[in-house]
Design a protein around this ligand. Structure first.
Ligand SMILES: C[S@@+](CC[C@H](N)C(=O)[O-])C[C@H]1O[C@@H](n2cnc3c(N)ncnc32)[C@H](O)[C@@H]1O
Length: 195
């Protein structure tokens, strides 16, 4: 059985490089394979930002970060909104950003229960909210990255992301644990919404 407490290669590497979580290498690989990080001075919204490794990595690339999580990361250089992404409004994000938002990333995951179906449903709810906020706040050339727990509702979610952006990629970064149900979707070029 997998021992999640034992620090593996990615956790050790994260610690050595000063990041709070191994997840940083997932965003790094996603960006290498499908560039999403805006130019210097660009603005990103990081949904589910705690403990802050994605935000730190973005800040190091001169991106201004607005992070949302139930807990604030112990990290300087960003603007933190301590709230549920299910409740935070697009207006609050725009106000905190103070300029055009180029990137929305979501690594949000619920506290897992061990019941794969329940965890999948809760996570898809978070990923769906991330897409909804992204569609409301991104600039037309904006990019999006979201974590997805695979399961029955994942294909419909993937299609929603795919049809929202002109370019799309589905990825499973190396730093994702072998036995994990998670994968990532990324989009570039927000399409105008058809009402
Ligand atoms: C895997 S961690 C994110 C790690 C982060 N990307 C990093 O690199 O440090 C998932 C985060 O999602 C957050 N989360 C779960 N439900 C949330 C919600 N409703 N609103 C905002 N954040 C939520 C959790 O608090 C947790 O910090």
């Amino acid at each position: 059985m997998a021992n999640y407490k034992r620090p593996d290669h990615w956790s050790r590497k994260a610690k050595e490089e000063g990041y709070a979580a191994r997840s940083v290498f997932k965003l790094e690989e996603i960006h290498q394979r499908f560039p999403v990080v805006p130019r210097s001075g660009g603005i990103a919204v990081d949904l589910g930002c705690f403990p802050g490794s994605w935000s730190k990595w973005l800040i190091e690339r001169d991106v201004r970060v607005v992070g949302v999580d139930l807990k604030a990361p112990d990290l300087s250089g960003g603007t933190w909104i301590v709230a549920s992404a299910l409740e935070v409004t697009a207006e609050q994000l725009r106000e905190a950003a103070g300029g055009p938002i180029d990137l929305v990333v979501s690594d949000m995951a619920p506290n897992t229960t061990g019941n794969r179906f329940t965890d999948h449903c809760r996570q898809i709810e978070l990923a769906t909210r991330a897409l909804e906020l992204a569609r409301a706040v991104l600039t037309p050339k904006g990019a999006f990255v979201a974590k997805v727990f695979d399961g029955g509702d994942a294909p419909a979610y993937v299609r929603m992301v795919q049809t929202s952006f002109t370019e799309f990629k589905r990825l499973k970064p190396e730093a994702t644990r072998d036995n994990s149900v998670e994968f990532f979707v990324a989009g570039r070029g927000l399409k105008a919404q058809v009402s």
